[in-house]
Design a protein around this ligand. Structure first.
Ligand code: HEC
Length: 688
């Protein structure tokens, strides 16, 4: 039954959001019953039952509680997809929409049916919720006691099982490979379920009959609250989770589920341990030889040991403290900001289609003032945390914006036919629109900050203020995820102006380091890049935002002083394109003219990289699209007011490297290949 050894290498993951106490408690006797009944069903017996008519004889429950034989629901279909779902599992919710779209796209002449099967802990209310919220327009049934899941060896939801008229399993696994490993998302490279249906409908053997599913476990690890152990919830575990996780993982936090009470902790801790070990949670981990003011706090090896011990000991609750501990604030960085001087919004909300690849879009927050603004802090407030993943914030003058908008090819980038809203298509490499101007040290556009979950405020250190030039707007590069249903977002930006206390001899700037030696990454290689950036004037480094794309697995920025000594400014050991942000130093770091800043990225262009946008891997060139690659960290710094250091160079260098890479690509005949994985190729052509 559900306790059989998983037949696929799927991690036991507790991805169930808002699992209500009552439902959890009611699951315990059920799990015990299953434990008892699991014995007689041997794997061998399961094999016999697989593929025989026995599957179609199994009973499933309808929303009204009536039992029905599976075979009655599959008659008339030449193929049927049994889609195993968990109502509270975010990945599962998305699958409701994706599977329908995928079936429609399979273009199969055979009649293909779709049945949703909710796992044992779900109930009739969940059926209603999936129908209403996610517009599940296909029959939803309850797999009472996980009977069918047990027979088929389904251990993770969502899982799709394609069966023929006799109930023989032709395909079992994921819908597509967007999430190949929990915590790592990429673009869709293979629509596995669709391919299988298309083979089967043609009467051909299914070429890939089995793929691993990633998502939430069908079974839950059993908690024994009254047991005893060396690690107890209230004494040992709650402090760890409050310290490192609850700032995001609480009701109304940015994370999709809470870790802030006993019940939720028991559901998620096993998966949490896995993600802590893989340095994926807390997200955005970074190391430095200097103190960072806003790096995520990471559990120590001792704390990790306690979490493991607690899990093994049955997750005992321990004595409930007399006075309950206060939850950490969800937005601690904004606590001492005071009142904003300006609150900006785009022209209107953005509406996102339910499913598809991520969307990147420039949203304009109009300022266009006749004077320069001196800003001490900026706060980005996501309108809809389910879809806003991260953002990069720029200022840009109207001429630059007009050029981007006039560039038609960019306008459609990332937008699906059912998306609508203001803004324009993404192009990261704004250098394309400008000639180098050695008389100016400042670009007509600069990145001035960014937002990532848990990091919404960007502050300048004491004594300096960020200046937003006159006649510019804020332009936010939004990275949107899709949730499985149509969503709208209307995010805002608060600006807090500096009041007097600024060093008049300094200018605050952001700039880029481009590795102009990085032109392409050959397939099936894993290797390091290296570049050195000359520091042309005395400055103070305020912050760094590492930047690369899907092949980049780590990025290190090192300072070499004129005397040859080296210190790590920033190392992001698990760089993730989905978690980019600016890291600020507690004190700006004084750096003398003649120093060098070295940047090194470790890139993985093998199929072992779960984020690799191409399977099998292919040569990836330097470029601005997500599926291209670059070494391009942002640096925030202060320079002397009269400095002649031209900080525009990084952008132009990036632009030039891009042109050389494109030429190379064309010479190798690798340009404009039809490519399923490219967001540009997938997106529709609708203009906003
Ligand atoms: C800065 C905010 C933040 C902190 C701190 C944080 N998380 Fe998360 N966590 C998230 C978000 C957001 C997600 C949703 C996944 C995504 O958006 O990619 C998530 C997802 C998860 C998941 C599900 C994995 C997935 O891919 O959906 C687990 C498990 C998890 N977190 C555990 C933890 C644990 C344990 C800690 C503390 C050690 C922690 N998190 C700290 C923001 C945070």
């Amino acid at each position: 039954m559900v306790f059989m050894k998983p037949s696929m290498p799927a991690p036991p993951l507790f991805l169930f959001k808002r699992l209500r106490l009552i439902r959890f408690l009611s699951a315990i006797p059920l799990l015990v019953a299953l434990l008892v009944s699991a014995g007689p069903i041997a794997a061998q017996q399961t094999e016999e039952r697989r593929g025989s008519g026995a599957l179609l004889n199994q009973a499933v429950d309808q929303a009204d509680g009536k039992s029905v034989r599976l075979g009655e629901l599959t008659t008339g279909n030449s193929l049927t997809v049994l889609l195993f779902l968990g109502a509270d599992c975010p990945l599962s919710q998305k699958a409701v929409t994706e599977s329908v779209i995928d079936l429609a796209k399979s273009g199969s002449p055979a009649k293909v049916g779709l049945l949703g099967l909710l796992v044992a802990r779900d109930d009739a209310l969940d059926i209603q919720r999936l129908k209403d919220e996610f517009k599940a327009a296909f029959p939803l049934l309850l797999d009472r006691n996980n009977q069918l899941a047990g027979i088929l060896g389904v251990t993770v939801v969502p899982t799709a099982v394609v069966v023929d008229q006799q109930g023989k399993v032709l395909y079992q696994g994921r819908i597509n490979d967007r999430v190949e490993q929990l915590g790592k998302r990429s673009v869709v490279r293979r629509n596995d379920m669709r391919e299988a249906i298309s083979d089967a409908a043609k009467g051909l053997p299914v070429r890939v009959p089995k793929t691993p599913s990633v998502g939430c476990p069908v079974e839950l690890r059993k908690a024994v609250p009254d047991s005893t152990g060396k690690a107890e919830y209230y004494r040992d575990i709650q402090p760890i989770l409050y310290k490192h996780c609850a700032v995001c993982h609480q009701e109304k936090g940015v994370a999709p589920f809470s870790l802030a009470n006993y019940q939720d902790a028991t559901l998620w801790v096993e998966m949490g341990i896995d993600l802590i070990e893989r340095k994926i949670m807390p997200p955005g981990q970074a190391e430095s030889d200097f103190a960072l003011s806003d790096a995520p706090s990471v559990p120590s090896p001792q704390e990790l040991r306690l979490l493991r011990q607690w899990l093994e000991e049955g997750m005992p609750k321990g004595a409930v403290p007399a006075n309950t501990r206060a939850l950490p604030p969800t937005d601690p960085e904004s606590a001492d900001l005071g009142k904003p001087d300006l609150v900006l919004k785009p022209d209107g909300p953005m509406t996102l289609a339910a499913s598809g690849d991520d969307m990147y879009r420039y949203m304009v927050y109009k300022l266009n003032l006749n004077r320069e603004l001196k800003v001490r802090a900026m706060r980005f407030i996501p309108g809809n945390q389910k879809v806003v993943h991260h953002t990069l914030i720029w200022f840009a003058d109207s001429a630059t914006q007009a050029r981007i908008i006039a560039d038609k090819g960019l306008n459609a980038y990332g937008l699906l036919p059912d998306d609508s809203g203001p803004g324009y298509g993404q192009s990261a490499m704004l250098g394309k629109y400008h000639k180098i101007d050695t008389n100016k040290s400042r670009l007509p556009f600069e990145q001035i900050g960014g937002y990532a979950p848990g990091h919404s405020v960007w502050k300048t250190p004491a004594g300096c203020a960020l200046s937003i030039p006159e006649k510019t707007d804020l332009v936010v590069q939004m990275h949107y995820h899709r949730s499985g249903k149509v969503e709208t977002d209307f995010s805002s930006i608060e600006l807090y102006l500096a009041k007097g206390d600024i060093n008049p001899a300094e200018d605050f700037r952001t700039t880029n380091i481009n590795d102009d030696k990085f032109l392409l990454m050959p397939p099936n290689q894993r290797r390091r890049t290296n570049t050195a950036w000359p520091v042309e004037d005395d400055c103070r480094i305020v912050g760094i935002s590492p930047h690369g794309h899907l092949l980049t697995v780590s990025q290190t920025v090192t300072l070499e002083r004129p005397d040859g000594t080296r210190k790590v400014l920033l190392n992001v050991p698990r760089f993730d394109f989905n978690w980019q942000r600016m890291y600020t130093f507690r004190e700006p770091i004084p750096v003398a003219k003649g120093s060098k800043v070295h940047v090194s990225s470790l890139m993985d262009n093998t199929s072992g990289n779960p984020a690799n946008p191409f399977k099998p891997p292919k040569a990836i060139f330097m470029g601005e699209a997500t599926t291209d690659e670059m070494v391009f960290p942002f640096v925030a710094l202060t320079i002397p007011k009269n400095s002649r250091w031209n900080l525009q160079q990084g952008f132009f260098s990036g632009y030039r490297t891009g042109i050389i890479a494109t030429t190379l690509k064309q010479q190798f005949g690798l340009d404009d290949q039809p490519n399923q994985a490219s967001p540009a190729a997938i997106s529709g052509d609708k203009q906003p």
